[in-house]
Design a protein around this ligand. Sequence first.
Ligand SMILES: [Cu+2]
Length: 455
Amino acid sequence: MGYSALALAGTALVSGRTAAASIPEAVIRETPAMAPPLVPNTGREYNPVVTLNGWSLPWRMNGDWKEFHLVAEPVVREIAPGMKAHLWGYNGQSPGPTIECVEGDKLRIFVTNKLPEHTTVHWHGLIVPNGMDGVGGLTQPHIKPGKTFVYEFEARRSGTFMYHPHADEMVQMAMGMMGSFVIHPRDAKFQPVDRDFVFVMASYDIDPGSYVPKVMTMTDFNLWAWNSRVFPGIDPLVCRLGDRVRVRVGNLTMTNHPIHKHGMPFTVTCTDGGWTPESARIPEVTTDVPVGAMRAFEFIAEEPGDWAIHCHKSHHTMNAMGHDVKTFIGVDKKDLAKTIRKLVPDYMPMGSNGMAEMGAMEMPMPDNTLPMMTGFGQFGPMEMGGMFSVVKIRDGIARGDYKDPGDYKHPPGSVAYEYTGPVSEPVRKTQAPTTPSKAEFNVVKPGANSPQHKH
Ligand SMILES: [Cu+2]
């Protein structure tokens, strides 16, 4: 090979200007369907991750450099069936493809800018030479529209990281520019898992009926997404019974997300700062993922079933509509509705008894708008949206099979059921509340007229 003359082995990273003379083909993908894990056929071996509703970027080996080609460009992303958004992303989708490599790999990443404004790429959490850190103006000139820049660095430590622009950041991240970056350990036996899922959280503010996120929104987003998808558009996390499973979650929204998983506890084993020491690993069922951070947690898939996994902020498991609607719980709106219907014949009062009715209701909505509460399970409407998916644990799934196995078949007698016998009225305490006596509290004030001091 013509590149062997570079003699890079064992040296510090030298500029690859000669080797970078030819650029690898940019692989573009335009579907939000989950790609099967990208098993490496060149370079060192590793156990690839699975990107929810996404894919991993192929590379080419050039001497001992692993070369990738990212293209920053406007994309159309299906947020969930029935709604598309006009975002900015990489290589045809938002988020961009996951970049996977192995600790010690020499990486050369070409970044072509097809956006209408300049950009850069910051490698969040990676230890890179300062001039490769991607902070526009501070560590490099911006990548102007139409230009291609080259980033070269060694993958120095394994873990879970992200990439995103560090140029007009508020706009570019609000438009969906981000991706996951996984560096696999040099030793494939280190912290091994059977299934390894990754996704990055983003939030969007897209008015019902429109396509482009409002980029000035600070906190009041209306779409809370995993890999730019919302429930019911998020892939299930399909696991084989007994598998050791890792879930890597990054947060590039403007607020924290307590990620909660039903069924079995998990342990956070890695952050974007590195692997968590054994002695610091505690079992949990919820882990908070702060803004600008990654958390990877692991569990043994030992309980079969359809287990919910979701952000525990309940507004984040809702889709866009009006989150600013008034609360009407307890209000009888019958008369009011009659009056309003004289003016607006379709008027439907909402929420006198809560909002569950919305989950089953097919309300007329503007085009390109998802219901606020949606999704049907085998027992009825799930009334979810946003950051929600299902960990589907099944016996008899093949290794490497991520196809949705459908609804869980519960063993007979293991589903909550209706009681149909007589129900007596609950016993309520009818006596008016009384002020507790001093004796009940048994407060002893030194020297005061406490009972002990009365003679
Ligand atoms: Cu959340």
